[in-house]
Design a protein around this ligand. Structure first.
Ligand SMILES: [Zn+2]
Length: 376
């Protein structure tokens, strides 16, 4: 190694923000704001600080900028490989990790909710503790859809704050009421520029009181058409309530052939699985998440019972198995939608009962999602 290169490398990797930026750009192009937020910095307070570190990376020829996106130069890619080696070696030599960017086990479906009066109350700290306990590297987080009925920025800001506090653990999805029209498009664009990776959980049955299905359908398609940087997955809540049944969701999916769609809960109810599978067969851009699948109409009345008491049937894994057999493991994504350890354990038991091969398990427990979200 020449006398000039080593001091340059040491200068570049001597700072956490610079190391983090290199690892974030490893195999990916990102905008200034995405990088800043992913480094756990605050856009209002830390721009100058971040500009300095990004300037060092540009001056040293580690990073290059094209239009509004940054990427690694060949020299930068070499430093990224060096950082990976340091990480592996440090673990071997000192039994301790220098940086952790693991993306193997990902829980797709979790919501944060700041309302302590609801059973769905969940902070970022509570969720991270559970992810640690069950060995998850990361989780997707979304606002409680109920919160987005009347509020625009606030529910997404709760997710943004969690993304800043735990940049290596959380992948943010943003959600908005499509009936807010231009304001809704502006909000989704704002979130995607801030590093959110998807849109969801779109819960159409919440709008039954405000609009007929045709109106909400049109509003949603217009909204998605109006969003800039909209090449991100969209997740729908699917269940046994009007506007959220698979056949209604398919009317929307049919108009979005270019988008990656995730049908939440695999339809949720046993009697809806065949419909969900046939939607996924007709549209190859459709994936299914496993959270809370499957409720059983024989034991729960969807119209009468309190949803808080819904508990998936103990033989749910047989239906998940059916979806895997018919669609392939590449289309199935693990999600827990959990609010406590008991729910997480139940969702994991369902996966355990499937007797998956190592490859199928890897796909369902993280690889499919990492591929869709371009995390690697
Ligand atoms: Zn849902």
């Amino acid at each position: 190694m020449s006398g000039e290169v080593l001091p340059s490398i040491l200068k570049v990797i001597s700072n956490r923000i610079r190391r983090n930026t290199i690892l974030l750009l490893n195999g990916e192009k990102r905008t200034y704001v995405e990088l800043l937020v992913s480094c756990g910095l605050d856009i209002d307070r830390h721009c100058g600080w971040f500009d300095y570190h990004l300037g060092v990376l540009l001056d040293e020829g580690v990073v290059t900028k094209k239009e509004d996106r940054y990427s690694l130069t060949d020299y930068g890619k070499g430093i990224a490989r060096l950082l990976d080696t340091i990480e592996e070696e440090s673990h071997r030599l000192f039994q301790k990790e220098v940086t952790s960017m693991k993306k193997e086990l990902i829980d797709f479906h979790n919501c944060l909710d700041s309302n302590q009066d609801r059973p769905t109350f969940q902070t970022a700290d509570i969720l991270v503790k559970r992810l640690d306990k069950y060995g998850f590297d990361m989780s997707t987080i979304m606002p409680n859809p109920l919160e987005t009925l009347t509020k625009i920025e606030e529910p997404n800001n709760l997710i943004l704050e969690a993304m800043k506090n735990y940049p290596k653990r959380f992948i943010g999805f943003c959600c908005v009421n499509p009936l807010f029209k231009d304001k809704a498009a502006k909000e989704i664009t704002r979130c995607l520029n801030l590093g959110f990776k998807g849109i969801g959980e779109i819960t159409l049955d919440m709008y039954q009181a405000s609009a007929d299905f045709t109106t909400i359908h049109k509003a949603l398609i217009t909204l998605i058409g109006n969003i800039k940087n909209s090449d991100v997955p969209i997740q729908f809540h699917v269940g046994d309530t009007s506007y959220s049944r698979p056949k209604e969701i398919e009317k929307i999916i049919s108009e979005l052939p270019e988008k990656t769609i995730i049908m939440g809960h695999m339809g949720g109810w046993k009697h809806l699985l065949d419909d969900v599978i046939s939607v996924a067969e007709r549209h190859e851009n459709v994936y299914l998440d496993t959270a809370w699948a499957f409720l059983d109409r024989k034991t729960i009345d969807p119209d009468k019972d309190d949803p808080a008491t819904f508990t998936p049937s103990p033989d749910s894994h047989l239906l998940v198995q059916k979806a895997i057999s018919e669609l392939g493991p590449e289309r199935i994504i693990f999600g827990s939608d959990s609010f406590n350890d008991e729910e997480m354990q139940r969702e994991l038991n369902k996966i355990e009962a499937l007797n998956l091969t190592a490859k199928e398990r890897k796909l369902i427990m993280g690889e499919n999602l990492a591929r869709i979200l371009k995390l690697h």
